[in-house]
Design a protein around this ligand. Sequence first.
Ligand code: HEC
Length: 150
Amino acid sequence: MKPVFVYGVMFLIMLSGCDRSPKSGHGFRLPDGDINRGQVVFVKFECNRCHSVGAIEQLTSASPESSVSVKLGGKVTAIQTYGQLVTSIVNPSHRLVGRYPKEQVSTADGESLMRNYNDEMTVTQLINLVAFLQSNYELRPYQGPRDHLY
Ligand code: HEC
């Protein structure tokens, strides 16, 4: 391997290791939320019009949006950080979930079908909501292809 290449790779690793750009999420820490209150917020804002999570079923309404169904929570192989959860709520179009076809989760101009709650939701409600959502994710260690188990 050429030394120039090795230095190049080391430089990139260093760069990614200390992302301190003004827009970095570094240093962001929410106070602990209340899971039960978060569940109340979830139902109050009718997030279950488009989502099911844990024991909360998706509402079946005749609204045109009812065809949208994105399951939250469950077993995941990578932890859902509160940074990601907060972003999904306050900036839904920032990153659309990859496991659904784009047409199913976004409008023709690529915006999320999920609307913005920023002018109605208090910060306390957001903190509790994130605590509630996070409590519904279960981290499952990656096991690799099943064949290798036998
Ligand atoms: C009109 C339907 C609709 C409503 C109502 C809605 N969402 Fe969403 N939500 C979506 C869609 C579609 C996506 C997937 C596209 C995206 O990531 O924005 C999504 C994505 C998410 C994600 C990211 C999921 C993931 O696996 O990355 C979270 C978290 C979330 N919503 C939480 C909420 C919460 C909390 C509320 C209530 C305050 C809510 N949503 C209300 C449609 C909705």
